[in-house]
Design a protein around this ligand. Structure first.
Ligand code: AMP
Ligand code: ZN
Length: 114
């Protein structure tokens, strides 16, 4: 748990969250400011600040995030198409510095994203 990290606070149950999935290693929940009809995040419970801080040995955990993201996307009816995004750093548009996979769907996604 990292002080002042909003996602660590969600994991610790210190803030309300619309949880979609949880196990001992990861959690998924609806984004508070959705950019598509369906927009949820999948995060590790371990505080990893950003993709560039993923360490050797974290491969299975990162794979689990992507795997759960796809499972939930299909469960939520996004089989026709969805987008997964992981932002790193300021230029990548990262605003919360706890690793997260975005899943967006329920509308036609634009490309390039800008
Ligand atoms: P990023 O810009 O990639 O760092 O994405 C951070 C995402 O976290 C944004 O889409 C925010 O809307 C979302 N977010 C921030 N605070 C919360 C919260 N308390 N609960 C759910 N989603 C949040
Ligand atoms: Zn954190």
């Amino acid at each position: 748990m990292e002080e002042n990290c909003v996602f660590c606070k969600l994991i610790a149950g210190e803030m309300p969250v619309e949880k979609l999935f949880e196990d001992e290693e990861i959690m998924a929940f609806n984004d508070i400011n959705p950019q598509a009809p369906t927009h949820f995040l999948v995060i590790p419970k371990q505080h990893i600040a950003k993709p560039g801080e993923i360490q050797d040995g974290d491969e299975a955990l990162v794979g689990k995030l992507v795997h759960r993201a796809t499972r939930l996307a299909h469960k939520l009816g996004l089989g026709n198409g969805y987008r997964m995004v992981i932002n790193h750093g300021d230029d990548g548009g990262q605003t919360v510095f706890h690793l997260h996979v975005h899943v967006l769907g329920g509308r036609r996604m634009l490309w390039p994203p800008g």
